[in-house]
Design a protein around this ligand. Structure first.
Ligand code: HPA
Ligand SMILES: [Zn+2]
Length: 330
């Protein structure tokens, strides 16, 4: 039996494997600046978050039809299912896909069709979260936020992603107020490269229900205390942190320290096609370095379900499966 987990921090566009990028470019007659898959793969050397985002945004332009979105969603869910994932809360970047021929409604319909396929084929449940770009003006996010609500687009929540340093959460206070007032779940990337101060802002101004990454919280003991007291979920992405140089080596990754402090951490894959793998690869890398006990693994898995936006009954059923897994390890 695989360790059952929830994937709460994965960007759909970050699951586009190089083979899919080349195939979609060909199908949609899009010229890529790479002659071969090897040339494309050679770009996957990142020095920081921005160096990754530049490639990530360029590559996602190959997505042009609702069917493209459906197919990449199903391909991801297949991969997630294979690695023990039982529930997914999927991010996508609407601002990357509007302005062209495709309507936002078709993008969301394509993703939702893929998510429905996943439920039918693998009983994999899901939520969909639209992330706003923090490098774009907050006024643009606000306009889009209103469109999402007024036109009743089928999303479960909103997030905040892209370039972090220089774009503090406070810029998006109004957007998040609006989302909460309309019953949407709210999460935000904070403390990946940016300072602990951005995590305070995400809590106090955006009033988020989860912090994505949050590793820089360890710089601020008062913040750690607050996060522990509130049992605020932090979605940690080990391979992402290494590949984007937020952390130098796996040996220095703060996850064991975060667990030991009683922070509500869980493990996620962020942009698995870019960072060296899916949920299983993240756990393998952690195990190789830290040899976590089955109790520690069960805590990470239990946290992932408890941090999700599933209803209480579903959470309890999945947590019971984690306990059954832990029993089997004895
Ligand atoms: O790790 C990330 N950080 C910020 N924005 C992102 N968009 C995709 N992945 C990321
Ligand atoms: Zn992310």
């Amino acid at each position: 039996m695989k360790l059952p987990v929830a994937e709460l921090h994965v960007h759909l566009e970050g699951t586009l494997e190089p083979e899919m990028i080349m195939a979609l470019a060909k199908k949609n007659s899009i010229e890529l600046p790479y002659a071969s898959i090897e040339e494309l793969r050679a770009q996957y050397q990142f020095t920081n978050l921005q160096s990754f985002l530049d490639l990530f945004y360029a590559n996602m332009a190959v997505l042009r039809t609702a069917q493209d979105f459906r197919e990449i969603t199903v391909a991801y869910l297949q991969r997630a299912h294979d690695s023990g994932v039982r529930h997914v809360e999927l991010f996508f970047d609407p601002q990357a896909h509007i302005g062209g021929a495709l309507d936002l409604r078709e993008v969301i319909a394509g993703i939702r069709a893929g998510l429905a396929d996943g439920l039918e084929r693998w009983e994999l449940s899901s939520k969909l979260i639209a992330c706003f770009w923090r490098h774009a003006p907050a006024s643009e996010a606000m306009e889009l936020m209103k469109v999402l609500v007024e036109q009743k687009h089928d999303i479960d929540g909103i997030g905040l992603d892209s370039s972090e340093v220089g774009f503090p959460p406070e810029l998006f206070t109004e957007v998040f107020d609006y989302a909460r007032a309309h019953g949407l779940h709210v999460v935000a990337h904070a403390g990946e490269e940016g300072p602990a101060e951005y995590i305070w802002q995400a809590l106090d101004l955006l009033k988020v229900q989860r912090v994505d990454h949050g590793i820089r919280s360890l710089d601020d003991p008062q913040l750690v205390q607050r996060l522990v007291d509130e049992q605020m979920p932090l979605t940690v992405c080990p391979l992402s942190n290494i590949r984007l140089r937020a952390v130098d080596t796996m040996a220095e990754h703060p996850l064991p320290q975060m667990l030991a402090k009683g922070l509500k951490v869980s493990v996620h894959s962020d942009d698995p096609a870019y960072f060296g793998g899916y949920m299983d690869a993240n756990f393998d890398a952690l195990m190789e370095q830290f040899s976590f006990s089955s109790e520690q693994l069960a805590t990470l898995a239990k946290n992932s379900f408890e941090s999700s936006f599933l209803d209480e009954q579903s959470k309890q059923a999945l947590v019971a499966e984690v306990q059954a897994w832990a029993e089997q390890q004895k």
